[in-house]
Design a binder for this molecule. Structure first.
Ligand code: FMN
Length: 421
């Protein structure tokens, strides 16, 4: 088993020992979404069980000091594992937070029998390798109310209600997300932490977000809430991996491709050295030229005077900041996933439900991305709760809509995440 992203899913053969079947299923759990792609989970394999552990070494001390996002991410991995097991005709029982003396042990999934899967399980399972976070502008197509109802029912049945935010509430939500955005952007500690998770030095680790997907608050211009589309390098074609190592390429071939897809100078320049300059129109243009020249192998060094270049990136950095309204126009649906409580059990539950919503949406070609600012900034989260008249606690803010496919984001190999217990 390696780090590659499966094109499709296959159910492990039933004549294998159960432990081996479970090992194969963990290979799908590792594809779950996680905050900053930190993949903060570990799996411990037993003869008929899998334990899901949090990995505190991947915690985000600034953006997620309480571990909410970390626990939600592990919840998503747990749900992927459960869905994979059920689609493989295995009946499961899950003990959540089973041992108060070992808080990092988040759940133990036990196989207790065999039964044909429920109708939706194989669909959700098939959607696992096809799901991605899609941060760009969504098309203007309205999301069908029936699908939204399905998602709402699904969330409700899991104990984590999903609120579709409309009208005046939507306006207030956007306002608070923007305020949170500004607050994070103004915090050097936040920017440094974000930089660490988009640092191309992490390429070898297969952790973090590829630089050309970096579209977080810290690089957004002025008072404007641009959608996260500050591309710093040409995006790979749909279906191609984001990194060379995802394709199984090796050696020099990998080096070259990695450099092309994720130009180190650009990302470092962007995130660490020259953030403010890059927020200007001139900075955006410089970034675009760097990205193009890197991709074309002409190797213009960061900071060097740049010759004019052709404008042939598939997604180029914007020439000027986008409208204030872009978040509004580019998000056919804004939704908030909530839970009645706000403790670790609630976060785990929210992550499990989130995973099911994302997969169920994907079955119907719906894409999603996150507005984490509104949750990560405590004052914004409180203001959103009040502005939306929520009794529950907001856990995840989602944009939902339709768009084209994207390449997957790298994941660690299962061997780096799984131990035999
Ligand atoms: C709890 C949680 C919070 C997230 N918050 C954000 C966010 O604020 N902004 C963002 O762009 N992506 C966010 N993401 C998406 C992750 O960055 C994404 O899952 C990760 O990069 C892996 O990419 P993939 O989802 O395309 O597989 C979040 C994901 C999770 C599970």
């Amino acid at each position: 088993m390696d780090h590659r992203w499966p094109a499709d899913v296959t159910i492990p053969a039933v004549d294998q020992p159960l432990r081996e079947r479970l090992r194969r299923l963990c290979d799908y759990a590792r594809l779950a979404p996680s905050v900053r792609n930190s993949q903060p989970w570990r799996f411990v394999l037993g003869d008929s069980s899998v334990e899901v552990w949090a990995d505190p070494s991947r915690a985000l001390a600034v953006a997620d000091p309480e571990g909410r996002g970390l626990t939600q991410s592990c919840g998503a991995a747990l749900a992927f594992l459960e869905i994979a097991a059920r689609a493989s005709s295995l009946t499961v029982e899950i003990d959540r937070l089973p041992d108060a003396t070992r808080p990092e042990l988040l759940a133990r999934l036990r196989i207790v029998g065999e039964a044909p899967p429920a109708t939706e399980d194989p669909w959700l399972f098939q959607a696992i390798p096809k799901r991605r976070t899609h941060r760009g502008i969504f098309s203007g197509h309205a999301v069908s109310p029936r699908l939204l109802d399905r998602l709402r029912q699904l969330a409700e049945s899991r104990g984590a209600p999903l609120r579709i935010v409309e009208g005046e509430h939507r306006r207030r939500l956007i306002e608070q997300v923007r305020a949170a955005d500004r607050e994070q952007r103004g915090d050097p500690a936040f920017r440094a932490e974000l930089a660490a998770w988009v640092d191309p030095d992490r390429t070898g680790e297969r952790l973090g977000i590829p630089a050309h997907r970096v579209e977080r608050a810290a690089i957004e211009a002025g008072e404007r809430t641009r959608l996260r589309r500050f591309a710093v390098a040409p995006a790979p074609e749909s279906g191609q991996p984001d990194r060379a190592d995802e394709s199984g390429a090796s050696g020099a071939e990998q080096e070259q491709e990695t450099d092309e897809l994720c130009p180190p100078g650009v990302a470092i320049d962007l995130m660490i050295d020259d953030l403010d300059a890059l927020l200007s129109d001139e900075g955006a243009e410089r970034l675009r030229i760097l990205a193009v020249s890197r991709a074309k192998g002409t190797g213009v060094a960061p900071g060097a005077p740049h010759p004019p270049q052709p404008r042939e990136t598939r997604r180029s950095a914007p020439q000027r900041p986008a409208d204030d309204d872009e978040l509004d126009r580019g998000s056919p649906v804004l939704a908030v996933l909530t839970t009645p409580g706000d403790d670790r059990a609630s976060w785990l539950r929210a992550g499990e439900t989130l995973a099911r919503i994302l997969l169920r949406g994907r079955v119907d070609h719906l894409w999603a991305s996150f507005l984490g600012q509104g949750i990560e900034v405590a004052s914004a989260r409180a203001a959103i709760r009040e502005a939306l008249d929520l009794q529950e606690w907001p856990q995840v803010i989602l944009r939902l809509g339709y768009a084209g496919d994207l390449a997957p984001t790298p994941r660690k190999a299962l061997a780096d995440l799984l131990t035999d217990g």
